[in-house]
Design a protein around this ligand. Sequence first.
Ligand SMILES: NC(=O)c1ccc[n+]([C@@H]2O[C@H](COP(=O)([O-])OP(=O)(O)OC[C@H]3O[C@@H](n4cnc5c(N)ncnc54)[C@H](O)[C@@H]3O)[C@@H](O)[C@H]2O)c1
Ligand SMILES: [Zn+2]
Ligand SMILES: [Zn+2]
Length: 371
Amino acid sequence: MRIRAAVLEEFGRPLEVQELDLEEPRTGEVLVRLVACGVCHTDLYTASGADPSGYAPTVLGHEGAGVVERVGEGVSSLAPGDHVVTLFSPQCRECVHCRSDQTNLCLAIRDMQGRGLLPDGTTRLSRDGEPIRHFMGTSTFAECTVMPEIALAKVREDAPLDKACVFACGLSTGLGAAMNTAKVEPGSTCVVFGAGLVGLGAVAGCRLQGAERIVAVDLSEDRLELARGQGATDTLVGGPDTVERVVEMTNGFGADYTFEATGNVVVMRQAVESARMGWGLCTVAGVAGKGETLDVVPRLLITGRRIAGSSFGGVKGRDQVPQLVERWLAGEIDVDPLVSQTLTLDDVNRGFELMEAQDGIRSVIRFGEAA
Ligand SMILES: NC(=O)c1ccc[n+]([C@@H]2O[C@H](COP(=O)([O-])OP(=O)(O)OC[C@H]3O[C@@H](n4cnc5c(N)ncnc54)[C@H](O)[C@@H]3O)[C@@H](O)[C@H]2O)c1
Ligand SMILES: [Zn+2]
Ligand SMILES: [Zn+2]
């Protein structure tokens, strides 16, 4: 079939919306018609050429939500008409990592996905017979995509897909960092550094876990206000003295749980230093720049602080994304303030501009709508 998609032709250049060919789904694959897709930093990171493992040409996009149109042979968990959220982090339910409750890093298709190929080592996307690689196993800046069954989470049909797409990446990452990785305990004190989609998700996750105090730290007053809306009890404008201020606010000890959601290694260090001695746990969700390292005084660890990293919030996508969506529909998670702009596919580069200007939390592309 012919589809319209936003193609990264060359690093550092705007995406080009073009017509491409998309083949039918093969064994274990599913054809999804996208309804909406969020524009995320990882798309921009790859588009800019900063990601050393990036490749072009490719169709970017990984925060997709849509409707199953057709399924390939052997697909048993999804059928045409099902509503799905795309997963750049799949869940095969069989590999050694899927069988462990300690990680969500499924091993089933990792190598091929990293190379821009579907699990059988080929692509379904092409242009004039030339293969075009898939991005993050998703390529959702497109009217339709073909993805492995194990990389799709089936969600309730009454969940509006133009909001549900934020569960495909940033929001679930933040929620899961608090709920799965840190497993925040009721009554605890938490500090969240960064109040973008990931940090706001972490604030909401701390609240859902029953944290008593949630301090949000950001440079933007507007974003701190949004953090209050998600459950922050205190806010701080970030700066060189943030650690001292957190320590002062917590009887001289620091917080039980800290979360880093900025991608800045200086802030990561502050997040480690803001965790309390004895048991303070710092969860790092931000993605640092190429070659950057986190500087930590080892004594902080000997005296009981711990550091954990979190990819996609430790969320096992097929099992847990539907559960998070349930909690949203039950009124426990407020998604509306997180989707700030709605764009058409042709406006995809505008989504990058808005992100760079920090104008709003998430821009969402809606497919099939007139410009
Ligand atoms: N681990 C994962 O699976 C995963 C998934 C998605 C995103 N990420 C990463 O998480 C990070 C956050 O993503 P996002 O979409 O929320 O980004 P964002 O840019 O929308 O939010 C980052 C926030 O950090 C704030 N900030 C910057 N410097 C600060 C400082 N010195 N002190 C306090 N706050 C500061 C900014 O004002 C901004 O609000 C990024 O690094 C992103 O790449 C990781
Ligand atoms: Zn993302
Ligand atoms: Zn697996």
